[in-house]
Design a protein around this ligand. Structure first.
Ligand SMILES: N[C@@H](CCC(=O)N[C@@H](CS)C(=O)NCC(=O)O)C(=O)O
Length: 341
């Protein structure tokens, strides 16, 4: 197989979304090649916004286009390759999958960024290792300078994800509650929505590759409170051996209490943010100001997350009456109902 026959992406191991997509490709048994360590591999186009991972897909005319954003790419791959789907076949369960995936990508990433760039030990590890993923062969002085460069660039970006003195406790408490809820779920089930993985598992996994398995402060916390979550993260990397059946998905009309508890956690922290952020983006406000988990939350508006809410609403709006009733019943009492009002 030549390179151009393979799904091609560029990314690095320290990027949670790169890890998310590699795990999707492996699980789905899609032949791929990963070009490490570069934002603009030679001979390939640059994306409009430089984000990792970047995929390189031919357009209708056969011209290679640079494409980013893992959530729509997962859906695109569903259309390109049949079998071993990462999306539930039931539309109501698919909506739940999308909500949990979005929580992983857009809320857990706040914890990921916060733990990595807030604590000394984490800053030191990230500064030492991240630049080496863009070239282990570089000399010590170059790596050290690159590490200082990364930290200097990322630490001021904490404000983009909303990590500031007002929100630290909300972020840390929510990560601890997530760990406890996820640990409780894994006590009875291999994946979030049954005996096969969905896009949501990959979204959560991507962030956990860093939180649970790289950044020392959140890693210690994870190992102490949630050994199953740590084990699950390592196992999610390669789920090529799962032979999924349609009956492996949960019935959305009969979700386990542990899924409902996870949805309630998402409704508690992420739903109010999504709503307030969309409002701020729409009105052109300078800040998102909202109460989350009983505490004031302030951050810059984030246009991409307004798009995320739009996608969730489109998926909800596409449900027929029966599936909508099932989805409404599954979300009742979780705090997520506000997303679709
Ligand atoms: N919405 C994107 C987010 C991707 C993203 O934020 N990537 C980060 C790293 S994980 C990035 O590339 N940041 C810029 C950089 O590393 O230079 C997705 O789902 O793929």
């Amino acid at each position: 197989m030549s390179g151009s026959d393979l799904v091609t992406l560029s990314g690095v191991p320290g990027s949670p979304y790169t890890r998310k997509m590699l795990a999707v490709l492996r699980y789905r048994r899609i032949p791929y090649r990963l070009i490490l360590a570069s934002h603009s591999p030679e001979g390939l186009p640059r994306p409009k916004v430089s984000l990792l991972p970047t995929f390189y897909f031919p357009d209708a005319a056969g011209e290679i286009q640079a494409v980013t954003d893992s959530t729509p790419i997962i859906r695109r791959l569903e259309g390109m390759f049949a079998g071993r789907s990462a999306r539930p076949s039931d539309p109501a369960l698919a909506l739940i999958d999308a909500i949990l995936e979005d929580y992983g990508d857009e809320w857990l990433t706040k914890a990921m960024f916060h733990y990595r760039w807030h604590f000394e030990a984490d800053i030191a590890r990230a500064s030492a290792v991240l630049p080496a993923w863009r070239g282990v062969w570089k000399n010590d002085a170059d790596l050290k300078a690159a590490g200082e460069g990364v930290a200097g660039r990322q630490i001021p970006r904490l404000r983009y994800v909303g990590s500031n003195e007002k929100t630290w406790a909300v972020i840390e408490n929510s990560y601890v509650r997530f760990l406890d809820a996820m640990e409780a779920h894994l006590r009875g089930h291999p994946f979030l929505l049954g005996a096969r993985p969905g896009a949501c598992d990959f979204g959560v996994f991507g962030q956990l590759t860093q939180l649970a398995a790289f950044d020392p402060t959140s890693m210690a916390l994870t190992l102490e409170r949630a050994p199953r979550v740590y084990a699950w993260t390592a196992a999610m990397e390669d789920q090529t051996g799962v032979e999924p059946k349609d009956s492996d998905w949960f019935d959305p009309a009969d979700l386990p209490a542990t899924v409902k508890a996870l949805l309630a956690e998402v409704g508690r922290v992420y739903a109010p943010l999504l709503i307030a952020n969309a409002r701020a983006v729409q009105s052109g406000a300078a800040e998102v100001e909202v109460e989350i988990d009983g505490q004031p939350w302030v951050q810059q508006p984030f246009p991409y997350q307004a798009k995320c809410l739009q996608w969730l609403r489109e998926e909800y709006a596409a449900l027929d009456a029966a599936n909508r009733a099932t989805a409404d019943a599954a979300l009742a009492g979780s705090g997520l109902e506000v997303l679709f009002k």
